[in-house]
Design a protein around this ligand. Structure first.
Ligand code: COA
Length: 610
């Protein structure tokens, strides 16, 4: 908490700077006529004494009064107001290496090790101080569905009443596992013995309840409606309260009966395979859900509103390092002292709720059938090669993603790359708008063969594109991004009950916020990868994990959209990355040759003089 106080507040960028950058970012993405219109609107908005100035002053006041002027605006806009279902559309997942479980006991042992270690070390900082607030939210948050907007509840200050139970999902049933007994944390052996009891209890078909977890996979408004029906009954209210106040959910999944390829494992983490597989063995509102498949398909699914993917990664790595570092040191089961049996959560199911369950199951099935996922490991090179070119690996990969899109569609589209704001108080993210004009100039030189660009022109454009991307990244992570700023201006106008300023009604603004390409770097130091779905129906999700000698890309899109195909995108990405490497190598060879011949030429008179 001390660090929080010394971290600076996020700045409010100068209005003119944001408006100029906005125009630069959209000019090449809309038609010329449309851009002319936009330019006039933006100039009017930014004029002295104009609407922009009034809103900017209000934002500056807000910055003074609050610790983070954008946090609430951003949280509502990015997550809480979004009505789409959490699986695929919002909740990212970490996919672990396939675990080699010999039997279900091995799987439960793995689950016990995960469960016992949910306390993260609180300080993992190196270099720039970063805001740690997101870490405190990992095991203390719950997202409540609402009819219009959701609510994120965080119990950060409840140290004395910290939750002492986890929820175990098994065969679509939910159980309470107390991790503290007689004021002592349960050890691994004790947790294992409780998990075994849970597994047995779940097998009793007579006591089985309908798959209530599937309701949480639905659209947020639909789930809120179902929840209103649920809470009419005291038994349901009690069960919900236990889930909502738990540390986390541990999902013991049935084997998914699919080859455990990277892509299939990613699908299982993102949506559980629908109601026929493990889709109902989840509770999506809870921030951390650890998934342990009896077939070794394991990972974590996160409700995204309390924290960013990087925090999820650090938590996953911490746990995996502990598990793999632990010898099979489980004490014999007999040493687990007698503990009260875990409790099964009970539910009352009215006919209305049955209808909700059916409808949620059908909608989840549609989402499952719709997700086109392709996890691709590019093996020709990784960030070491890129660093040798003296370029930022992240910027280089972003430019390669632009090239891939251009190869598929012959144009660039509004692109989102998340940029961390954790160097500021309560900082989350802003957007790096990677579809920059410099990127367009480069991809055109690569893809338009008829134009016949020379290698030296192409490499010059590559360097300019990478530099522009790097400059934007630096601006974004230091609080000079434009997306949060524009959102802030819009929200302030609403708070002032002003008519929506023209700049935000403009077709260009709407288009610039429709992120057809949604990208994010999520690097790991343990072998695992992150994945998520597209954020718009006609878009791609592209998450990447740069490693020294390879890069893992998780590309997603929707089958229902005929304009997108993850396989086609991956093919273009692979080709583009190879072409850029060849370009760099040819240019380096040409440069060596030129310098050698100039050295020879320079050396000649000396030699002849000798
Ligand atoms: N020449 C040689 N090496 C270079 C270089 C250059 N010109 N530019 C950068 N590098 C090196 C860096 O020093 C760094 O080295 P390291 O591997 O020893 O640490 C490495 O390349 C990576 O740097 P870069 O590729 O520039 O990226 P980054 O690590 O700074 O990350 C962002 C950039 C935008 C991804 C990061 O700032 C960020 O915001 N991350 C959060 C993203 C996020 O929130 N994701 C989850 C969303 S849910």
């Amino acid at each position: 908490m001390f660090l929080y106080q010394v971290l600076p507040k996020i700045p409010v960028p100068p209005l003119k700077q944001t408006l100029d950058t906005y125009l630069k970012c959209v000019q090449h993405l809309v038609k010329e006529e449309q851009f002319k219109k936009t330019k006039t609107i933006v100039e009017k908005f930014g004029a002295q004494g104009g609407v922009g100035e009034i809103l900017q002053n209000k934002l500056l006041e807000r910055r003074d009064k609050t610790s983070n002027w954008v946090y609430d605006y951003w949280l509502e806009d990015m997550y809480l107001n979004n009505r789409l279902a959490l699986p695929v559309n919002s909740s990212p997942a970490m996919v672990f290496q396939t675990q080699n479980f010999r039997d279900h006991k091995d799987a439960l042992r793995f689950a016990a090790l995960l469960s016992v270690n949910h306390h993260l070390p609180h300080c993992q900082l190196a270099g720039t101080p970063l805001c740690m607030e997101q870490y405190y939210r990992l095991f203390t948050s719950y997202r409540y569905p609402g009819l219009k907007t959701d609510t994120l509840k965080v119990d950060i200050n409840a140290a004395s009443s910290a939750p002492e139970h986890m929820i175990i999902a098994c065969k679509n049933q939910f159980f309470v596992l107390d991790v503290v007994a007689n004021n002592k944390q349960l050890n691994e052996t004790e947790i294992l013995s409780q998990l075994e009891k849970i597994m047995k209890m779940s097998e009793n078909a007579e006591e089985r309840h309908p798959p209530f977890g599937i309701l949480t996979s639905d659209g947020r408004t639909e789930w809120a409606q179902a929840r209103e029906e649920l809470i009419k009954d005291q038994t349901n209210r009690d069960s919900l309260a236990l889930i909502e106040s738990s540390i986390c959910v541990v999902c013991l999944d049935e084997p998914c009966d699919l080859p455990p390829s990277d892509t299939n494992r990613a699908l299982m983490m993102l949506h559980g395979g629908g109601r026929e597989r493990n889709g109902a063995n989840r509770w999506y509102d809870k921030s951390m859900q650890f998934v342990i498949g009896m077939d070794g398909v394991c990972g974590v699914v996160c409700e995204h509103s309390p924290f960013e993917g990087i925090v999820m990664v650090e938590c996953s790595e911490f746990l995996m390092k502990h598990i793999t570092g632990s010898p099979s040191r489980m004490v014999q089961q007999s040493s687990a002292k007698a503990l009260p049996p875990p409790r099964r959560l009970l539910w009352k199911c009215s006919s209305n709720i049955q209808a909700f369950l059916r409808a949620s199951g059908e909608r989840l099935q549609r989402l499952v059938n719709n997700l086109d996922m392709d996890v691709f490991t590019f093996e020709a090179y990784g960030k070491d090669f890129i660093k040798k070119q003296k370029m930022s690996p992240d910027a280089f990969i972003q430019v390669a993603l632009q090239l891939a899109f251009y190869k598929c569609k012959g144009r660039l589209v509004s692109t989102y790359e998340s940029a961390s704001l954790r160097r500021f108080q309560g900082g989350r993210v802003d957007n790096i708008r990677s579809a920059l004009p410099e990127a367009l100039a480069f991809v055109k030189s690569m893809a338009d063969e008829r134009a016949g660009f020379t290698d030296s022109e192409k490499i010059k454009r590559l360097k300019e594109a990478v530099k522009a991307q790097t400059d934007y990244t630096i601006a974004a992570i230091t609080g000079m991004g434009i997306d949060n700023h524009l959102l802030g201006l819009l929200k302030v106008s609403k708070e002032l009950n002003m008519e929506k300023p023209e700049i935000f009604c403009d077709e260009t603004y709407v288009k610039s916020n429709h992120f057809i390409l949604s990208t994010s770097q999520v690097p790991t130091t343990v072998k695992m990868f992150c994945c998520y779905g597209p954020v718009v129906p006609n878009g791609y999700g592209a998450c990447y994990n740069p490693q020294p000698n390879h890069i893992v890309f998780s590309v997603s899109s929707f089958w229902e959209n005929t304009e997108t195909s993850s396989a086609v995108f991956v093919k273009a990405l692979n080709e583009g990355l190879l072409e850029i490497r060849d370009l760099c190598n040819r240019s380096a060879a040409a440069a060596t040759k030129t310098s050698e011949s100039s050295q020879t030429a320079a050396a000649k008179p000396y030699k002849s003089g000798k």
